[in-house]
Design a protein around this ligand. Structure first.
Ligand SMILES: [Zn+2]
Length: 408
């Protein structure tokens, strides 16, 4: 892409902060999909580091190595009976290969929890003539087919394909009518040696030099990796750019309290980047964190989910958001939930007993889609979220800690 200013030219009355967010987002997504372990994410990390060092910040890199996996190039699912129809399908992360085309009969298995039970999909098994499972199908709860990581313990020798909600309902309807459903599947995804990319960490001292002994550090984070099939403007180029723009603001004028910014990798790999960051931290490191604010997905529109824990912090976070929105964003529709879901990086901290909050403008039809590209709706929500985060960091007190949540 040559002219990133095309956006502001095509929308001449655009707020300069929105135009800037759009241009930054366009510059980030030029590196292509930022899937953990690929050249795209390495190039994006270099670009981010270049932007941060250009304003005088120093960047620490934390390497995150996980067992590797590649999505392959073939992901085909064709219904042969009761009618002929090809269904859009993606390999789930860590899916095995079918080793050529396989054919089998579809059977309903029941619900499929993903990211804990943050999402509950419909699951089907495809069996060959000998009754052996040759593939699993995972039908989304809303929207088009979108890949997600498989839960731990999944049978990774078998192919797992993500399909859309409506196709899942169609399969269910045929099966409920007692009609045999025969499909042909082919996917060539599978394990590779290793996948490595880096968390990027920036520490910022407070304006007063951190003289308040009652305060620790606020950890603000956003994952910059994407799924394999998208440049991820919404998920999570948007949070990445919000974090970058906060870094640039604080490089010019120090934050009210000490801040650690972390651009996490491998969020899509079951929070691999944040889990590694936790594993590498000492008990004293964790105690020094006042709270974590995770920005993941600033999509179009006004529907915000803001989940936090422990409960008292969830309420304080919600109150602060409502008060800020009352003066700046009266159309905001806010949903809070406690306990928080486990589908993004704050969950790593919540599980370790560190107070944590998560903010998203939910845009589910763009989630893990090839058309998750920059638009002015995302840019407007980045431009709103940057001063919001600055305000929260300056005003939210250190929450009282409670025991880590354990299993429930
Ligand atoms: Zn995300």
């Amino acid at each position: 892409m040559t002219s990133t200013r095309a956006s502001s030219a095509s929308a001449p009355d655009t707020d300069p902060d929105v135009a800037r967010a759009y241009d930054d987002l366009v510059a980030l997504v030029q590196h292509g999909p930022r899937f953990h372990g690929t050249p795209g994410i390495a190039a994006a990390a270099d670009w981010l580091e270049g932007r941060l060092t250009a304003v005088g910040l120093s960047v620490d890199r934390q390497s995150v190595a996980l067992p590797g996996w590649q999505p392959g190039t073939v992901h085909r699912l064709v219904v042969r009976s009761p009618i002929e129809r090809e269904l859009p399908a993606w390999p789930m992360l860590w899916s095995g290969s079918t080793d050529g085309a396989v054919r089998g009969t579809v059977e309903s298995v029941g619900p499929q929890g993903l990211w804990g039970d943050s999402m509950v999909w419909r699951k089907f098994v495809v069996r060959d003539d000998a009754g052996r499972p040759v593939a699993y199908l995972h039908a989304r709860d809303g929207g088009p087919a979108a890949p997600q990581p498989l839960p731990a313990g999944s049978d990774l020798d078998v192919a797992h394909l993500a399909i859309g909600r409506l196709d899942g309902l169609q399969l269910t309807e045929w099966l409920d009518d007692g009609r045999p459903v025969v499909v042909e599947a082919e996917v060539d995804s599978g394990p590779v040696d290793a996948a490595v990319s880096d968390n990027l960490i920036v520490d910022l001292a407070a304006a007063d030099g951190g003289s308040d002994p009652a305060r620790g550090t606020v950890l603000l984070c956003a994952h910059y990796d994407t799924f394999f099939n998208t440049v991820g403007a919404y998920d999570n180029g948007s949070g990445t750019i919000a974090l970058l723009e906060l870094a640039e603001r604080w490089a010019a004028k120090a934050p009210a309290v000490p801040v650690r910014l972390v651009f996490f990798t491998a969020e899509e790999w079951h929070l691999g980047g944040s889990r590694h960051h936790l594993d590498a931290a000492s008990a004293a490191d964790l105690e020094a964190i006042d709270y974590v604010l995770n920005i993941d997905g600033l999509g179009r529109g006004s529907f915000v989910e803001a989940f936090a824990g422990p409960e008292a912090f969830s309420t304080a976070f919600r109150d602060a958001l409502m008060a800020y929105a009352a003066g700046t964003r009266p159309d905001l529709e806010l949903v809070t939930r406690f306990p928080p879901t486990v589908g993004t990086d704050d969950a790593s901290f919540h599980r370790a007993g560190v107070p944590s909050a998560f903010l998203t403008f939910n845009d589910l039809h763009r989630l893990h889609q090839p058309d998750d590209e920059p638009n002015l709706g995302i840019a407007a929500n980045i431009a709103w979220t940057v001063p919001l985060a600055e305000h929260l960091v300056a005003t939210l007190p250190r929450p009282t800690r409670v025991a880590p949540p354990g299993i429930l």
